[in-house]
Write a protein that binds this ligand. Structure first.
Ligand SMILES: [Mg+2]
Length: 231
């Protein structure tokens, strides 16, 4: 028997391997602007980017501050001059939307689950990138709905973000909803704020360093099938 009716999926670094697309997109953009990639630069970008999105989650930075600020900081650190973060950002977002890699055969898994569960994407990404990625990867055909923070007007982990999703999907029974995601600060905390069950996708088996309640933990997406039903 089913334990849940609705699955909320995080997209980046849950259903899709974001780190891989990120590194691919950055390389393509640097080639486009005839710049060489210096040692450790992509890893450093990744850190800077993460820091900016964490600030966004806490409402301490606006979206544009994140999108442009991360490149401004990277360029400053590596002494890259004469390249506008705004221009770079536009191309990067385009490239990022065109590149995707599945985690753990996630598409097949979601197709299978679609027979019994309603599934939604809940993501803090940028509309143009996420919609393109969802279309190309085929997830838009499987999901019952897609909630992107930029369109919702709130972001994970804000309670209002989830309220808006539940309102649109006409959901009332929170006991029947589970969120699956890799981020403690947006997905798990968001799940706590929304009063729903949380499942932490933790393939690298990191430690829970945040004060968030985790109901289930998996290190591979396929394990979710054991959680979705009463044994
Ligand atoms: Mg994620």
């Amino acid at each position: 028997m089913k334990k849940f009716d609705i699955i909320l999926w995080d997209l980046d670094d849950t259903l899709l391997d974001f780190a891989k697309s990120e590194s691919h997109a950055i390389k393509t953009c640097f080639e486009h602007f005839d710049l060489s990639i210096q040692e450790g630069m992509i890893e450093r970008y990744s850190e800077i980017n993460l820091w900016h999105w964490k600030k966004f989650e806490k409402n301490e930075l606006g979206k544009m501050d994140v999108l442009h600020g991360r490149f401004r900081e990277l360029f400053e650190e590596y002494g890259i001059k004469g390249l506008s973060p705004e221009e770079f950002q536009l191309l990067y977002q385009e490239e990022l939307g065109g590149t995707y890699f599945y985690n753990d055969q996630s598409l097949d898994l979601c197709k299978k689950l679609a027979k019994e569960f309603d599934q939604y994407i809940v993501t803090n990404g940028i509309v143009i990138t996420q919609t393109k990625k969802l279309r190309l990867s085929g997830f838009d055909q499987i999901m019952n709905g897609i909630y992107i923070s930029e369109l919702v007007g709130y972001q994970k982990p804000q309670k209002e973000f989830f309220e808006a999703c539940f309102e649109q999907s006409k959901t009332t029974d929170r006991d029947k909803i589970i969120i699956i995601g890799d981020s403690l600060t947006s997905d798990m905390k968001g799940g706590n704020n929304a009063g729903i069950t949380t499942c932490w996708y933790n393939p690298k088996r990191k430690k829970n360093t945040e004060e968030v309640r985790i109901d289930y933990e998996i290190d591979s997406l396929g394990q979710i099938e054991n959680i979705l039903y009463f044994n």
